[in-house]
Design a protein around this ligand. Structure first.
Ligand SMILES: *Cc1c(COP(=O)(O)O)cnc(C)c1O
Length: 419
């Protein structure tokens, strides 16, 4: 007679098997993860890549300390926004010369929204997701005010229908392929196609997608895109973001912040602004070199990594966590808000529980770093480069124990800043 394994034992055996068979397991050594911590918040702040400390030390001591101002040329500081942009381009399916890195996501987003609206001057509508990340919503409103446009908030699922009816009046649609709260993944290709069928431009915010799944901005025909450097790209706190503009728009691209580093002849001191050719015209001012070069070093964690493999492992991880949640957490009042369908799932799992904040605080005290989104969502981000199935089971078991034993403060004091 065989004894059925208990749910945790069966999950433990499955995690061990999946981790043992994982061809990406060695990539975890490319990150300096603290021992005994399960880091499931890489979608908010990626951990420290092993290549970064030495690279930053070189930038500070040798390039800056010794090379001084000569490093703008000798160490390639001037070209860094374009070079790092191209490195990110390889992760989002952009051929070289269309991506620039250097300013924050919010700044790049403002640039992209305003420049997109300028490319469709005869159209009065800016369409965006009512559930978009706050900065995306605020900046859409700000650009609309400046340009006398009307913002329409349309759920991604309703976007094709909306465009079929009113698309001829739409300048740009601004969406994220992954909902930052639920982890739901939308069909970028289909929505970009729907925008184009209406003659509108498609602007994508790739903060929760770049480095997490294969992207193909060139092939899909994305017009503009932005994304974070500090989430799945692990470029460090406040890492520069990126802006992609499809080559077909470069010749007529007008950005709202035509700073001197985007000038065709930045050292010519001309009275009038003449934009540089290509994506360089989207540069603004002196770039944050230390942060840019930290990000450049961080991106080497992706060297030789196929994003199709990243996606396959990410789905295995999120699928496993959903199964853990089903077995261990739903009986305790958690519900999953992340689609079970892998085709509709980004690289995170989100669970709903009325005490989300208290549970996340208590989990962190027990070495599991997740985060929450008000009022009741617990978010667990997975990054195929370093997350293991065992990490996820550990998180689910600790969460089960905490909840079962009521070993947490259901209403802890409001946390400080957590993005
Ligand atoms: C993280 C995130 C941002 C962050 O913008 P910052 O300017 O870096 O603070 C913006 N948009 C989305 C969709 C995000 O997920």
């Amino acid at each position: 007679m065989t004894t059925a394994l208990s749910a945790p034992a069966a999950l433990r055996a499955r995690a061990a098997r999946l981790d043992a068979d994982d061809p990406m397991a060695p990539l975890r050594a490319r990150f300096l993860l603290p021992p005994d911590v399960v880091h499931l918040d890489g979608n908010s702040l990626g951990p420290l890549p092993a290549a970064v400390p030495a690279a930053l030390d070189d930038v500070v001591r040798r390039q800056w300390g010794t090379g001084l101002i000569g490093s703008w040329n000798a160490n390639g500081w001037w070209e860094a926004p374009l070079r790092v942009g191209d490195a990110i381009g390889t992760l989002i399916g952009a051929a070289p010369g269309q991506t620039v890195a250097g300013d924050s996501t919010s700044v790049q987003l403002f640039t992209a929204l305003d420049a997109a609206a300028a490319l469709r001057p005869d159209r009065p509508l800016l369409v965006t997701d009512p559930g978009h990340f706050p900065t995306d919503r605020y900046l859409a409103d700000a650009v609309a005010r400046r340009r006398d446009l009307e913002v329409r908030r349309v759920e991604p699922a309703d976007l094709p229908r909306f465009l079929a009816a009113e698309g001829h009046r739409v300048a740009v649609v601004s969406y994220s392929p992954v909902d930052f709260r639920t982890g739901e993944l939308y069909d970028m290709r289909a929505l970009t196609g729907a925008a184009h069928d209406a003659g509108a431009l498609a602007l994508w915010d790739l903060c929760h997608a770049a480095g997490a799944l294969p992207l193909d901005v060139d092939a899909i025909g994305v017009d503009l895109a932005v994304g974070c450097g500090y989430k799945f790209l692990s470029g460090g706190p406040g890492a520069p973001a990126f802006l992609y503009v499809a080559r077909c728009h470069h010749a007529v691209l007008e950005t709202p912040l035509p700073g001197w580093t985007g000038h065709a002849d930045p050292f010519g001191l001309a009275q009038e602004y003449t934009p540089a050719p290509g994506i360089a015209r989207a540069r603004i001012g002196t770039p944050p070199v230390l942060s840019l070069l930290a990000l450049e070093a961080a991106l080497t964690a992706f060297d030789g990594v196929d994003l199709a493999d990243v996606r396959a492992k990410s789905l295995s991880l999120t699928g496993f966590l959903l199964d853990c949640a089903d077995a261990l957490l739903t009986p305790l009042g958690f519900t999953s808000v992340t689609p079970a369908d892998p085709a509709r799932r980004g690289s995170q799992v989100t669970l709903r529980h009325p005490h989300a904040r208290g549970l996340v605080v208590a989990l962190a005290e027990r070495g599991v770093i997740a985060d929450m989104r008000a009022p009741d969502l617990l978010r667990f981000g997975v990054n195929a480069l370093f997350t293991t199935h065992r990490d996820l089971l550990t998180a689910a078991l600790r969460l089960r124990d905490l909840t079962r034993d009521a070993a947490y403060d259901p209403a802890p004091p409001a946390a400080g800043p957590v993005t």
